[in-house]
Design a protein around this ligand. Structure first.
Ligand code: FAD
Length: 293
């Protein structure tokens, strides 16, 4: 690990293995920019960059990536759930700003304790708020856009506030172009009770019972034409198949897990085996850094 330098605006800049920022635990080095205010964010965006959230939908190459990798920290990872008196009423709460770098699971737990509903359907998604917003992460019990009031989006040279109505969002898509950074959001929540929110969370979470507990970037492939990709991979007899230290999870065939010390070549080899053995074209669910081809 080499400390490069504090940047002109004071951002911490370090060359670090990206494996430590991903749920799969795989990924080589890059120059990581830890930004905690808008000046630092603007400076980080002066050269080619990527924005990294919870790293829960990524397979990053062992060679790392050549671009700067931005991490939202400080106030961009803080949560202000104070109701805005002008926009909240007996039924609805519009909060202060919640940073794009806030871990979603902790936010969901805080909302449950306050009895604030709308986002509990996203329970169990190990994203950061910005990453969850960017792809409108969700489950059949609810999605991130169920609880958004305002989004602050930053691009090189611009910062603007938009509402969901300004965006062409839909199933697992926000309509926000790649590398437009969701710096912070304000939430729109329904007043409920901690007990009711807890019950809805438990119901949504029960669907995850069969998922592996090991390091993973989530589901590998989208369901082709409504057919379960996991079932197709299972029917091809691939559960438990291992390459190096990566394995197709015995619990659920659409998950690749890191047994410890896996590298991206192991994961790519498994993805290749699945594509070859399952008779239908499969589209990747997670993102590859750098992109394929
Ligand atoms: C165990 C497990 C279970 C999962 N279950 C679900 C599920 O039920 N439903 C579901 O939808 N997903 C699920 N996922 C996938 C993943 O959590 C989601 O895709 C999530 O939205 C990724 O968010 P992230 O912050 O981890 O983003 P990353 O993985 O860090 O990045 C993914 C993409 O988002 C972009 N991004 C990240 N932060 C920002 C930002 N602040 N502004 C703009 N773009 C940004 C990145 O540049 C990248 O393009 C699961 C993953 C795991 C590991």
């Amino acid at each position: 690990m080499t400390l490069t330098q504090p940047s002109r605006t004071g951002a911490r800049v370090e060359r670090l293995p990206l494996a430590r920022f991903t749920t799969l635990g795989v990924g080589g080095e890059a120059e990581v920019w830890f930004v905690s205010d808008h000046d630092q964010l603007a400076e980080a965006m002066e050269a080619p960059y990527r924005i990294l959230g919870g790293g829960s939908n990524l397979v990053i190459a062992d060679e790392g990536v050549p671009e700067r990798v931005i991490r939202l920290t400080g106030p961009f990872a803080e949560t202000d759930l104070t109701p805005d008196p002008g926009l909240s009423d007996g039924e609805t709460v519009v909060t202060g700003w919640v940073g794009g770098g806030v871990p979603l699971p902790g936010l969901i737990r805080r909302l449950q304790k306050l009895g604030l509903s709308n986002l509990e359907g996203t329970v169990g998604i190990p994203a950061q708020v910005g990453g969850a917003v960017w792809m409108n992460a969700g489950t059949r019990y609810g999605e991130t856009f169920d609880g958004l009031h305002t989004l602050e989006i930053v691009t090189p040279g611009s910062r603007r506030q938009v509402t969901p109505d300004d965006l062409d969002w839909g199933y697992r898509a926000s309509g926000i172009p790649r590398n437009h950074i969701v710096a912070r959001v304000r939430l729109k929540l329904r007043r409920s009770t901690p007990e009711e929110v807890q019950a809805r969370m438990e119901f949504a979470d029960s669907a995850r019972k069969g998922q592996p507990k090991m390091k993973t970037p989530g589901c590998a492939f989208k369901n082709p034409g409504g057919v379960s990709a996991g079932r197709l991979i299972d029917e091809a007899g691939l559960k438990g198949t291992r390459v190096g230290n990566a394995m197709i999870a015995p619990e659920h065939a659409n998950f690749i897990v890191n047994l410890g010390g896996a590298n991206s070549a192991d994961v790519h080899a498994l993805l290749g085996i699945i594509r070859e053995r399952v008779g239908v074209p499969l589209e990747l669910e997670y993102e590859l850094w750098p992109e394929e081809g």
